[in-house]
Ligand binder design. Structure first.
Ligand SMILES: [Fe+2]
Ligand SMILES: [Fe+2]
Length: 187
């Protein structure tokens, strides 16, 4: 499956702009991490793009219905299991790097977009220090579990500052692409 096909499939099941943006942000972070680890950028990008495909239709059971929505797409079982692994009680362990990574960037990618939206220069020059500051601000993006942000990056064995840098670099690249297509994560 290529990116275009994945995006078409995603848009069949995701109609809200908010979830589409989140999916694009997680895609961006996963692609940047695939590069960092020398992994398959297309595969990791698709994991990010498709990980919440069933959330809008089945928020209560999410991500249990992802396999159903991905049926017939030609994606291999291991890929679908990696999507399941980001659930809280999916029964699929986060025992591979792509699974640990998906977990580590899921909330972080959108948190960083939220931080960027507060800054005049948006993502440009955004460093871990600013992200940490916002993590201490309990009123900011309060649904995001701070401990989880830290623990998931630790599980990936990446220093927090580098973690932020990688996600930011992915988001900058994604934003440039989206803007050229008349879309944005930041407006
Ligand atoms: Fe999810
Ligand atoms: Fe997500």
């Amino acid at each position: 499956m290529n990116r275009e096909e994945a995006l078409t499939l995603l848009k069949e099941h995701v109609k809200t702009d908010r979830l589409l943006r989140h999916s694009l942000a997680v895609e961006a972070a996963m692609t940047a991490y695939a590069r960092r680890f020398g992994e398959d950028e297309n595969r990791w990008g698709l994991l990010g793009l498709l990980h919440d495909i069933d959330f809008e239709k089945y928020p209560q059971e999410h991500p249990d219905n992802a396999p159903k929505l991905l049926e017939g797409s030609g994606l291999e079982d291991e890929f679908v299991k990696s999507i399941l692994s980001h659930g809280i009680e999916s029964g699929v362990p986060r025992d591979t790097r792509e699974r640990q990574c998906l977990h580590a960037v899921d909330e972080m990618a959108s948190f960083i977009v939220a931080v960027a939206l507060m800054r005049p220069t948006r993502l440009e020059g955004l460093k871990a220090k600013s992200v940490k500051k916002k993590m201490k601000d309990k009123a900011f993006a309060k649904a995001v579990n701070r401990e989880e942000l830290i623990a998931s990056a630790e599980a990936l064995e990446v220093e927090f500052a580098e973690h932020v840098d990688i996600v930011v670099s992915g988001l900058i690249e994604q934003e440039a692409r989206l803007q050229s297509e008349g879309y944005s994560l930041l407006d």
